[in-house]
Write a protein that binds this ligand. Structure first.
Ligand code: GUN
Length: 307
């Protein structure tokens, strides 16, 4: 039987409606949430993400302060821009679009962001809080994946989740998030060094593909009835398409849809959820800011009280 194909856009719309309501209350108090967005260079995928984020912010009643910097911007100049946004009381969240040009050290840049404004959840303080099960900003795509699983009524507690891909943005935070007590999954992390990848993926109740490799996960690698979440957004050449390419996930969708019980499409699955979660993190940052700006560092997600 073919899988249920999840409508990530519809799920994201519901979250965006909740955020709009939170923003309405903030605006009544005179606070308009604002995200500082820095884009270095003109990577086409990054440009299209940043444009989509700005549109979503506006629809939610929030604003953004966009800084578009040339690709040859020096690290120190970029750090100075971040320092400016850190100091700016009208800006409650900061997002530096990744990847950065290779001459800039990503870790230095991320570490320069005030953790109270770290709505991406990439700062070492946010990462530490997630690992320790303490309250803090959780990266947007992993939150989006978890919300989609809940939306689809996929049981997570006790399930075996196999994550393919160990990026700092998706794979690693997903492992930490879903193994927390509030989700209670058993999580296996696979990556490019994994021997016999299929032997692991076939054991997954929930298979999450986040390797950035088009079509990596084929039908024979999926257990019958598994939930399949495709985080990959890969551009593959397609002469028939207007732009000359089309988006393809890490999962071979046509084959997988026949084996999975539920599956997310690309595009229209996880992608819209990521943006919705960014809006939610910014609303949270603004609420904390409005509460005096001095709320305990990282006092954002409820965290996980038990070991
Ligand atoms: N590049 C790809 N995904 C992301 C993201 O979620 N945040 C940032 N800042 N850059 C990205």
């Amino acid at each position: 039987m073919a899988a249920v194909v999840v409508d990530g856009k519809a799920a994201a719309q519901r979250i965006r409606a909740e955020v709009r309501e939170r923003v309405r209350l903030l605006r009544e108090k005179g606070l308009i949430p604002c995200l500082g967005v820095i884009l270095v260079g003109e990577d086409p995928a990054s440009l299209s993400y940043v444009t989509a984020k700005a549109k979503a912010l506006e629809e939610a009643g929030m604003t953004s302060r966009d800084l578009r910097l040339p690709a040859d911007t020096g690290e120190d100049a970029l750090l100075a821009h971040i320092a400016g946004l850190n100091r700016d009381p009208a800006v409650q969240g900061i997002l530096v679009q990744l990847p950065l040009p290779s001459h800039i050290r990503e870790d230095r840049v991320i570490s320069a962001i005030d953790p109270r404004k770290d709505v991406d959840g990439f700062h070492p303080v946010s990462v530490g809080n997630l690992v320790l099960g303490k309250p803090g900003f959780v990266p947007c795509t992993p939150q989006g994946v978890a919300a989609l699983l809940r939306e689809m009524n996929v049981p997570i507690a006790g399930a075996h989740v196999v994550v393919v891909g160990r990026s700092n943005i998706v794979g690693k935070p997903l492992v930490n998030l879903l193994s927390r007590r509030d989700f209670n999954a058993t999580v296996t992390l696979c990556h490019t060094g994994t021997r016999d990848l299929a032997a692991y993926t076939r054991q997954a109740d929930i298979l999450i593909a986040a390797a950035g490799k088009a079509g990596l996960i084929t039908a024979d690698m999926i257990r019958e009835g598994a939930a399949v979440i495709d985080v990959g957004v890969n551009r593959v050449p397609d002469p028939a398409a207007k732009k000359g390419y089309r988006l393809k996930g890490d999962v071979d969708f046509e084959g997988a849809v026949e084996r999975a019980s539920v599956i997310t499409p690309v595009p229209g699955g996880v992608g819209p959820m990521t943006i919705a979660m960014l809006l939610r993190n910014l609303a949270q940052a603004a609420e904390d800011w409005g509460a005096g700006g001095s709320k305990a560092l990282g006092d954002k997600s409820p965290g996980d009280k038990s070991p």
